[in-house]
Design a protein around this ligand. Structure first.
Ligand code: NAD
Length: 269
């Protein structure tokens, strides 16, 4: 385990894979001290070897466990002299299928990781963020927070919740000088995608497959900006606008592409 030694620091959940891992690598390259947290201990060990033990603190953390989240934050603070420049709540899971056909436990699991996990993180870390001038509370939302998405209804609802929470906290936390922002990624090439999704992805348009480093770059940009919502790719912003202005039209457009949801649902059977 390293110590920050006056370097800036970022606390990342879901750091063993995908966009969390790419963010850990990018911030390390930029000279930051990285806290990497995940339930995937093996992935964390590989990341630690890559980052160098002096440049990071790596620890198993299930974001749904508030008491352990608080311990992880306290340990991180001990490494950074009580500072945290970015809290990056990124851990997430997806469960596909029609809402009424999913076991209720699966539904609660998605809410637990994707939303309660974010509440746990922000509530536990706000003390360190407040103690750090210019700090940023950043979270991974989703393009599915533009309009409720069939086939991933609860996942989509948790990402709407993240987006709404971010908006509210971006105002509440002004009294501490802490910023809040989120990213709404489209289709990113990571392990979370159901098998075959990458192969079926359109070659162009806002739902083309994008490498996770593009999200990591946005986390970096967000720290140096006051922008609230980041879209990857930027065209997702158009979907967000359309969903706000003409939700009935967007409903019909999404309904006409329901084969994707049908495929996801049939994979679960
Ligand atoms: P990923 O599966 O590669 O990474 C997610 C990581 O979260 C994994 O390492 C996993 O072990 C970890 N995790 C899962 N449950 C956890 C828990 N309870 N506690 C701690 N860690 C946990 O997928 P990714 O695409 O990099 O996902 C990162 C975020 O991006 C997620 O919030 C996801 O919902 C969101 N997202 C992904 C896409 C996409 O197309 N890949 C699009 C929009 C949003």
């Amino acid at each position: 385990m390293g110590t920050a030694n006056n370097r800036k620091s970022i606390f990342i959940t879901g750091a063993a894979s995908g966009m969390g891992r790419e963010s850990a690598r990018l911030f390390r390259q930029k000279g930051w001290f990285v806290g990497a947290y995940d339930v995937n201990a093996e992935g964390l060990r590989a990341l630690e070897a890559e980052l160098g033990a002096d440049n990071c603190v790596v620890r198993r953390l299930d974001v749904t466990d508030k008491a352990d989240y608080e311990r992880a934050i306290a340990e991180f603070g001990a490494c950074t002299g009580g500072k945290m420049d970015i809290l990056y709540n990124n851990a997430g899971i997806g469960v596909g299928g029609y809402f009424d056909e999913l076991p209720f436990e699966d539904i609660l699991r998605v809410v637990g990781v994707n939303f309660i996990g974010v509440l746990n993180g922000i509530h536990s870390a706000i003390g360190l963020l407040k103690a750090t001038p210019g700090s940023l509370c950043f979270t991974t939302s989703s393009s599915s927070a533009t309009y409720g998405m069939p086939g991933i209804a609860v996942y989509s609802a948790t990402k709407h919740a993240v987006k709404g929470l971010t908006e509210a906290l971006s105002i509440e936390f002004r009294r501490y000088g802490v910023r809040a922002a989120d990213v709404l990624p489209g289709l990113i090439d990571t392990a979370i995608l159901p098998p075959g999704t990458a192969e079926r992805a359109p070659k162009e348009g806002m739902f083309r497959l994008i490498p996770p480093i593009e999200v990591a770059k946005v986390v970096w940009e967000a720290y140096h900006s006051d922008k609230l919502h980041w879209y990857v790719p930027s065209e997702i912003a158009e979907l967000d606008k359309a969903a706000g202005n003409t939700p009935e039209l967007v409903r019909e457009q999404i309904s006409s592409t329901m084969t994707f949801a049908d495929e996801v649902a049939s994979e679960k059977k």
